[in-house]
Design a protein around this ligand. Structure first.
Ligand SMILES: O=C(O)C1=C[C@@H](OP(=O)(O)O)[C@@H](O)[C@H](O)C1
Ligand SMILES: C=C(OP(=O)(O)O)C(=O)O
Length: 443
């Protein structure tokens, strides 16, 4: 289901110190994978801390459409009764993945080696995003694909009746491509291999291992070589979803920027394939303290304390981009208030997210008085002591653009408006109450 069509304008105003505990929601990437692997295993998978954002709810509905039983039994607590690898049934209707690139791409992979047919759609944003990066490798397994010109949704996939395993080198750094190939490889006999030049988030590999698949990662001269043995019997497992470092980035950035602030974020994922934003903030001189490092549900987590303080501009190296790919919008807001320029390199993938995030951030920052330069694959933000603000920003159905500019409005001289905050519910449904609870003037 797509989010409600009526736009929800929102405004953020200059706020006093932010204080308190930010209990951000469950990790979106881990939540999608918990539902999908639960559906592909035998037995009962009990998930706690699931993100109840629209993207993940759409994946839950899709898993039901493919024959799994998916039940909400409490707040963030879900139970999945799976059908086993190769057990997906043909869905009766179209699979609408709403706004979610992760949802549609991972589910395409999960069904592509089972002899059933499914048609996938999404909202206006998802319908502009490239799908051949997924369907090309799925065709190598033997799936038959019909799509719209340019490889756009709607896409119909006829799953392979006699799948063959695939050896695939990802053409861009993308955990969605890697994960789609691995999920397809589950029902192909023999070894499926994915080679990635740059490491990307590794939740699929971790969770597959946790569910009993034979999977290994070798670090070689070509990069990471991930080898999965096909046709395992996945065993249902309890999954404790850590808090999402990509969602935490918004209250963290707000606390760094609003004078006098100090907040804590408990139990946030510190997976090294996701920590580039926090590494960059540390380079900028941010006051971040991590305590109580531990492993929960196979993922490293820790508690984070953030205090306001001065920040300096930095150059973010291209090889760090994948580990903070969803945090560049909020980093560019932080950069607008740092001393000197911040240069972000190797970020061309931002152009094919929920919006063209380089264009959306550059346009919105300029409208609010910030100097920005952009090229096809880089962005430079010139920091200033105080940002004028006062503009209305077009969010293009992109939750992270909306949240980023609402954070800017907490420190700019004049309020910042966003034309539509509705999509925030895809990843962070309690963003407004959480931020208000810390003292943010936002609504
Ligand atoms: O695998 C995932 O869960 C995700 C991978 C990333 O996309 P790409 O694989 O397209 O880089 C990221 O932007 C997205 O929010 C979540
Ligand atoms: C890119 C994102 O998500 P997806 O690709 O799943 O739509 C995101 O959440 O920033």
């Amino acid at each position: 289901m797509s989010h409600s069509a009526a736009p929800q304008p929102m405004t953020a105003r200059r706020s006093g110190p932010l204080r308190g505990e930010a209990r951000v929601p469950g990790d979106k990437s881990v939540s999608h994978r918990a539902l999908i692997l639960g559906a592909l295993s035998v037995g009962e998978t009990r998930i706690t801390g699931l993100l109840e954002g629209q993207d993940v709810l759409d994946t839950g509905k899709a898993m039901q459409a493919f024959g799994a039983q998916v039940d909400r039994v409490g707040e963030g607590e879900w139970v999945v009764h799976g059908v086993g690898v190769g057990g997906f049934a043909e869905p009766a209707g179209v699979i609408d993945c709403g706004n979610s690139g992760t949802g549609v791409r991972l589910i395409m992979g999960a069904m592509a080696t089972t002899p059933i047919t499914a048609t996938f759609t999404g909202d206006a944003s998802l319908s502009r995003r490239p799908m051949r990066r997924i369907t090309d490798p799925l065709a190598e397994f033997g799936a038959q694909v019909t799509d719209r010109e340019g490889g756009l949704l709607p896409v119909t996939i006829r799953g392979a009746a006699d799948p063959v395993p695939v050896r695939y080198r990802t053409p861009v750094a993308s955990a969605q491509i890697k994960s789609a190939v691995l999920l397809a490889g589950l029902n192909a006999p023999g070894e499926t291999v994915v080679i990635e030049a740059e490491p990307t988030r590794d939740h699929t590999e971790r969770m597959l291992a946790g569910f009993g698949a034979t999977i290994r990662t070798d670090i070689t001269d070509e990069g990471r070589v991930i080898t999965l043995q096909g046709r395992p019997e996945l065993q249902a497992q309890p999954v404790a979803v850590p808090r999402d470092p990509s969602s935490a980035a918004f209250p963290v950035a707000a606390a760094l920027l609003v004078p006098g602030s100090e907040i804590t974020v408990p139990g946030v994922s510190r997976n090294p394939t996701r920590d580039g934003f926090y590494v960059t903030l540390a380079d900028m001189g941010a006051d971040l303290t991590w305590t109580n490092d531990r492993i929960e549900g196979g993922e490293p987590v820790a508690d984070l304390t953030v205090r306001h303080g001065p920040l300096r501009g930095v150059t973010v190296p291209a090889e760090r981009a994948a580990s903070m790919i969803d945090e560049f919008p909020i980093l560019s807001v932080v950069a607008a208030l740092a001393e000197g320029p911040t240069v972000m390199n190797g970020v061309a993938e931002l152009r094919v997210k929920e919006s063209d995030r380089i264009a959306a951030m550059a346009d919105g920052l300029r409208a609010n008085g910030v100097t920005v330069e952009d090229t096809r694959d880089s962005m430079t933000v010139h920091g200033m002591a105080s940002v004028p603000g006062g503009a209305t920003v077009a969010t293009h159905l992109d939750h992270r653009i909306a949240m980023s500019f609402l954070v800017l409005g907490l420190v700019s001289e004049a309020p910042v408006d966003v034309d539509d905050g509705g999509p925030i519910a895809t990843s962070f449904p309690d963003f407004l109450p959480l931020m208000r609870g810390l003292g943010a003037q936002i609504g």
